[in-house]
Design a protein around this ligand. Structure first.
Ligand code: 5GP
Length: 121
């Protein structure tokens, strides 16, 4: 599937839509989710046209892959959530209810987050 250059996060990366920025470097941008589901809810996105982690790790240059993963850790440290704990989540595709087709990792923190998923298979 081809990357949709008009998705909302692509537009945020291009500066066409504002965001509440938490962190930025050459490889990644992090900003607060517009509809937070926890006291801390931040999205970290890579600077590149990638829809999923599979797509990203197959196609992105090594410095971007390393830089993006490092940025996720940097943001977690910067948010001060390491000691209390946090959850990383990357919804991918229809079954995971991915709404925005640009790779993003959610960082949730600030309260007990409960089980990973509701019970059941
Ligand atoms: P997904 O279901 O794709 O993993 O999550 C997409 C997330 O992006 C949702 O949590 C949603 O609230 C957030 N989101 C959607 N549009 C915007 C926006 O324009 N700005 C920000 N900051 N977050 C957005």
């Amino acid at each position: 599937m081809s990357y949709d250059r008009d998705n909302i996060f692509a537009r945020i990366l291009r500066g066409e839509i504002p965001c509440n920025k938490v962190y930025e470097d050459d490889f990644a941008l992090a900003f607060h989710d517009i509809h937070p589901r926890a006291p801390v809810h931040v999205l970290v996105i890579p600077k590149g046209d990638y829809e999923s982690m599979a797509d990203f790790t197959a196609g992105a240059p090594d410095d971007l892959v390393a830089g993006y993963i490092r940025a996720i850790g940097t943001v977690a440290r910067q948010l001060g959530v390491e000691e209390s704990g946090y959850r990383l989540l990357a919804n991918t595709g229809a079954n995971a209810h991915q709404e925005v087709p640009h790779l993003h990792v959610h960082i949730f923190a600030g309260r007990p987050l409960g089980a990973m998923l509701p019970p059941g298979k």
